[in-house]
Design a protein around this ligand. Structure first.
Ligand SMILES: CC(C)(COP(=O)(O)OP(=O)(O)OC[C@H]1O[C@@H](n2cnc3c(N)ncnc32)[C@H](O)[C@@H]1OP(=O)(O)O)[C@@H](O)C(=O)NCCC(=O)NCCS
Length: 163
């Protein structure tokens, strides 16, 4: 079970994370943003139903400031699991895929991975995987790519397994 790029076959209207913002994005925005190549959304579906949305994440390039230094990185702007299928490892599976996709990206000069946590549940979830709060960036957490790589391997297994 691996996340695949969002497409018209995904029944996004059935997705319910409990967060209006995260539901709205996948239902009404994600496909359009993917078509414009602004942000890439990947959907996790069960092996026997390719249209069902168990969860999703969105990644995009990002430029941000850390103290006075401008850095380039990746932003995981959305990640959510349907509330009816929580606590089965889907969140972990999505984060693993999002991190591998982020650190594997085109930029060798990637300075960090930033995540957005619009819900308290996500904040605690990301902290568990080593992300730390960005000062003065409400709701955003940060991880260095080398640390992401190391902790992704430690938590999720060998890096070469793919996304
Ligand atoms: C955070 C979220 C992605 C977790 O998804 P999930 O599929 O239940 O997560 P997993 O089953 O993969 O859990 C992976 C690990 O993260 C931990 N975890 C899950 N939710 C967590 C949370 N809220 N805080 C801290 N850790 C959490 C699990 O205990 C598990 O740890 P373990 O491997 O040591 O057992 C999911 O709750 C979500 O989409 N939240 C955003 C939507 C939201 O907040 N809606 C409003 C409330 S209903």
């Amino acid at each position: 079970m691996r996340p695949s790029p969002i497409g018209p076959e995904h029944r996004v209207k059935e997705f319910r994370s409990g967060s209006p913002r995260l539901d709205h994005y996948v239902r009404h925005v994600a496909l359009r943003e993917a078509a414009r190549r602004h942000a890439a959304t990947f959907v996790l579906s069960p092996a026997d139903d390719a249209g069902k949305v168990l969860g999703y994440y969105t990644v995009m390039p990002l430029t941000f400031r850390l103290t006075s230094v401008e850095m380039s990185g990746a932003l995981i702007s959305h990640l959510a699991v349907d509330r009816r299928v929580r606590h089965r490892g889907h969140g972990r599976r999505l984060l693993r895929s999002a991190l591998l996709r982020s650190v594997r990206g085109p930029s060798l000069s990637l300075s960090g991975v930033v995540v957005e946590a619009p819900e308290p549940a996500l904040f605690a979830f990301y902290r568990k995987y080593g992300f730390r709060e960005l000062v003065d960036h409400g709701g955003r957490l940060f991880h260095f790519p080398s640390a992401v790589r190391a902790s992704a391997e430690r938590v999720f297994g060998p890096y070469a397994e793919g996304g």
